[in-house]
Ligand binder design. Sequence first.
Ligand SMILES: Cc1cc2nc3c(=O)[nH]c(=O)nc-3n(C[C@H](O)[C@H](O)[C@H](O)COP(=O)(O)OP(=O)(O)OC[C@H]3O[C@@H](n4cnc5c(N)ncnc54)[C@H](O)[C@@H]3O)c2cc1C
Length: 429
Amino acid sequence: MKKVSIFWFRRDLRIEDNHGLFQALSSDVPVLPLFIFDTNILDRLLSKKDGRVEFIHQALEAINTQIGGHLCVKHGDPLILFRSLFSELEVVKVYTNHDYEKYGLERDAKIKGLAQEKGVKFETFKDQVVFEKDEVLSGAGTPYTVFTPYSRKWKALLQETVLPNFPSATISNYVDDKFNIPSLADIGFQPSGLVFPGLQVQDELIKSYAQDRDFPAKPGTSRLSVHLRFGTLSIRSLVRRALGKSEVWLNELIWRDFYFNILHHFPHISEGHSFRKEYDRMNWRNNEVEFKAWCEGKTGYPIVDAGMRELNATGFMHNRVRMIVASFLVKHLLIDWRWGEAYFAEKLLDFDFAANNGGWQWAAGSGCDAAPYFRVFNPTLQTQKFDQSLAYIKKWVPELQEFTYPAPIVNHEFARGRVLEAYKVALGK
Ligand SMILES: Cc1cc2nc3c(=O)[nH]c(=O)nc-3n(C[C@H](O)[C@H](O)[C@H](O)COP(=O)(O)OP(=O)(O)OC[C@H]3O[C@@H](n4cnc5c(N)ncnc54)[C@H](O)[C@@H]3O)c2cc1C
């Protein structure tokens, strides 16, 4: 048997500037590039038209074309598949990039254990974030739980570091074998009908990001989140683009690192707990009819309905509107933030556990945020500020002026009083 190494693609679906892939290709041993459609993940998806699966499939086709057909794509349970790969091939080493999520960590520990049993090396690399784990700590050696001091330290560290650019696309030390990629239908999925955002962001957009980013009717944000989610773009390349052009956009990229940092240091958030555990005492109303109205964009609050309809139709929602709909679910309807978190997880193309959980806990006041629970967004004022001409709302709620459009599901002032009381009771204020 010929010796091979395996590079296992996961959230890093690109050839350019890929740390683990670069390390694998730089060794003498030919590399089998591998992707696994993991049935432990796919079997839990509710729709067979899930856009994320289609996005991944397209990214794999692109990689395979770029590397001349050498990409090996499998479908099944990674542990079982690695067991057969280790028996069919003389595998010297498995290379892959770090995963930070609960399932990924447990899966990697099992594969590493199996590799060790078979005498195969298993090594992972930092690729998905700029700084990870214990790299950004306070002077006292503790993790940051508030963004601003974290970002200050992050920026100071960046100044001391040369941000690497791994030339993985320039080395082609792949095995000779060529493979066919299974079709979407082969793995039990169908096209979603969604349009995926492009890979490009113009310098002009980055430069005017600070002025435009809060207005959902404007093309003022990059729409790169799905590419960062699946690694079709390198975070390092985007940080390089941001430097000197927009401090505000750079901060958004740092928020992403920040939430990975929270996930790493506070794993209880992966177990369904509030970041601030006292918030788990909240007594939610959890009215299912109201939850359905929120999901379907039928609350009678146009900005909330527009956001939910955008999400349902495109798999995307503008950040300002994500904050408004999340606040509305939690504060106006008194529905557990975990219900909203789960709905976003099902629908968002860019769904990422760390950012999504962080965003929802921020909205619920239970997260790592200096702003307290009593910030209750007023959807009407938010509309006046950020969609004054109603351009965004009219796009998604065309029946706004018609009698078919529902009356508000709840009165704002009443809801505000109700939620503040509920928080006071829960927190013993
Ligand atoms: C309730 C809620 C849930 C969210 N869920 C997710 C999620 O599942 N996945 C996700 O990627 N983002 C999530 N966000 C953050 C943010 O809304 C999206 O990253 C952003 O809207 C994506 O649009 P964009 O690519 O145009 O971002 P831009 O504004 O162009 O920002 C550039 C990149 O920075 C990162 N980023 C921006 N804002 C944040 C943030 N607040 N937290 C973490 N990263 C950020 C994203 O990777 C984004 O693509 C959530 C926010 C809220 C309030």
